[in-house]
Write a new protein. Sequence first.
Length: 64
Amino acid sequence: MRNVIQIRSILFDKDGTLVDFNRTWGPPVQSVLKDLLRGSEARYRKLAAASGLVDEVYFLPGLR
C-alpha cells in the first residue's frame, strides 16, 4: 500500500524572505533560455530582458 501525503499549502517566497530568489531561479532560467534559443545571443538578450533577467542571474524587482 502506498502512503499518500496530503499537501495543505504551498508557500511562494519571491521577495527573498526565506530563500534567495535570484540564486535559486536565475541560473535555471538562464539555462532554459539558452537551451531554447540554441545559441542565438541576440534572441537570448531580448527574451532575458523581457523576463527581467539581468546579468545572467539577477531579476529586476518589479518583474518578479
